[in-house]
Design a protein around this ligand. Structure first.
Ligand code: TRP
Length: 402
């Protein structure tokens, strides 16, 4: 009996783990996203859906759609069906403010959400889960709240439209209609269920158990009476990384029992660490990630020193065999951030067939990322306290659907 349990645990630990608190691949390999889709029960975002987005928005789909960064969904097709008939929706995304400096991986959902807001002309709510990070990390209430405001500046710097966007901190906003929905959700979820979905155990403090309803209820328009009065049927679309899926599985499970619509989801893969693709960038290892606060010199050094290369050891060998693009981080990063499809194809072909060397690819990546980080830095410097207050004010959004 004892032995069986141990075997079970060992089998488990060699499996890939993806949940809101841990992302790790099987035996240091790559995350198997197909397996994740099966396990979570979401749908693959296929070509035909991307074509539909193009038709409905009359613009080229975002790079993150074209290149499969956002690769899975739940009921996104229903959101598009309704949109086609003239029914709008609202967007909901969020961030757990656990650190001062954001890295590139943190920006991905926000860059994509900004595109969705513009392309579909819809309102957006952004949740800053300062309460979550206070309970999971070693942060005081005050420090988590301070980080939430700091992170709000980075989020605003991504270019959101203040006339369509409400940003809120849980510590400030939870109450009223939002809290009523939290209690409704909480009553529908047993302890057994929560332990099954989130892996909570008897050792966890009860704050953790109480949190999932907080992340669930922004999916319901009635949680925002100042934004959506009388619009209880407005559908919600959540862009997020796929590690957040457990929260929304729970939300979708309880929604019908409360008479609410299930939120739809559009989910991304993880942005890999410089060292290679076996997890996501870690905020705790500064050399694994490029931060929005890095200087041009930092970026250059990190890419040259740490970006895992699929190139061969010697130039002769490289010319003969070409680079292994499957494991090459510079090419992977370019596929996230180099907009020009034909340039990317060119690089892949030349590098893959050995005519282009790692150094040249790294140089191009350095240019692309430096430009992006510089642009972000300028935009963030322009965000004033008044602007943060404006985004975070509890107010109606006058031009929500224009
Ligand atoms: N839990 C998320 C994090 O740690 C923050 C979050 C709250 C979120 N609501 C969300 C993320 C909705 C995506 C979508 O980062």
């Amino acid at each position: 009996m004892e032995v069986d349990k141990k075997d079970e645990r060992e089998a488990e630990s060699s499996e890939q783990v993806v949940n809101p608190w841990e992302v790790s691949a099987k035996d240091g390999g790559k995350i198997d996203y197909d397996k994740l889709i099966d396990k979570f029960g979401c749908q693959r975002l296929d070509e035909s859906l991307i074509d539909r987005v193009q038709r409905l928005t009359s613009r080229q789909p975002h790079v993150f759609l074209r290149r499969g960064v956002f690769f899975a969904h739940r009921d996104f097709n229903e959101i598009l069906d309704a949109y086609e008939k003239g029914d709008k929706f609202y967007l909901y995304t969020g961030r757990g403010p656990s650190s001062e400096a954001l890295h590139l991986g943190h920006l991905i959902p926000f860059m994509f959400t900004k595109y969705l807001q513009e392309a579909f002309k819809v309102p957006l709510v952004i949740q800053l889960t300062d309460d979550e990070k206070c309970m999971w990390k070693n942060l005081s209430v005050e420090e988590s709240q301070r980080l939430a405001r700091e992170n709000a500046k980075d989020i605003i710097a991504c270019g959101f439209d203040v006339t369509k966007t409400f940003i809120f901190s849980d510590f400030d906003y939870v109450g009223g209609a939002f809290y009523k929905n939290m209690v409704r959700v909480a009553k529908c979820v047993t302890l057994n269920k929560a332990m099954g979905i989130f892996g909570f155990s008897g050792e966890d403090h009860i704050g953790k158990l109480s949190f999932p309803p907080v992340q669930a209820v922004p999916s319901f328009p009635s949680s925002f009476p100042h934004l959506f009065p009388g619009k209880d049927n407005l559908r919600c679309l959540i862009p997020c990384a796929i590690d957040q899926d457990p929260y929304f599985r729970m939300t979708r499970d309880v929604a019908p029992r409360l008479g609410y619509s299930k939120p739809a989801l559009i989910e991304s893969s993880f942005f890999p660490a410089l060292q290679g693709e076996n997890g996501k960038m870690s905020a705790s290892d500064p050399n694994s990630a490029i931060y929005v606060t890095d200087t041009a010199k930092d970026i250059k050094n990190k890419i040259n020193r740490y970006a895992f290369s699929g190139g061969q050891d010697s130039v002769e060998k490289h010319k003969e065999l070409g680079a292994n693009l499957e494991v090459d981080i510079p090419v992977k990063y370019l596929s996230f951030f180099l907009e020009d499809d034909s340039e990317l194809e060119h690089i892949k072909k030349e590098y893959g067939e050995g005519r282009m060397l790692t150094g040249e690819v790294k140089k191009r990546l350095t240019e692309v990322l430096t430009e992006m980080v510089e642009r972000h830095r300028r935009a963030r410097a322009a965000v004033t306290d008044e602007m943060v207050d404006a985004f975070m004010a509890v107010r109606p959004l006058p031009r929500m659907f224009e």
